[in-house]
Write a protein that binds this ligand. Sequence first.
Ligand code: SF4
Length: 109
Amino acid sequence: MCGLCCKLFLINLSEEEYKSGRYKVILKHEMVKEFSEAKKYGLNLLAQKEDGSCIYLQNNSCSIHEWRPKVCRGFFCSSKSKKYEGMREMVERSKLFLKTKNRAKISQR
Ligand code: SF4
């Protein structure tokens, strides 16, 4: 797992996940009981850290891997499908770019 998806995307919880109360959401609103309304206002999104990454991303790994939301299970990076080959290549290039950029930063110090 590279953790890149966890830094790039907002994670929508399903109705069941949202109602379980198991996940930290972006904004808890006790007045909103109906999932359709929560979804309309984006209250079913997983909370994020200040840098925009998922609240559950710890040391580039998912700290709730066993019970991560359904949408995370479908991330293209963990799929073997050929249709995501281009996306996986793009992620690999991004990782390489970030590594190079970090190395350049370190050598400038
Ligand atoms: S729940 Fe886990 S897999 Fe899903 S975005 Fe957060 S850290 Fe990534």
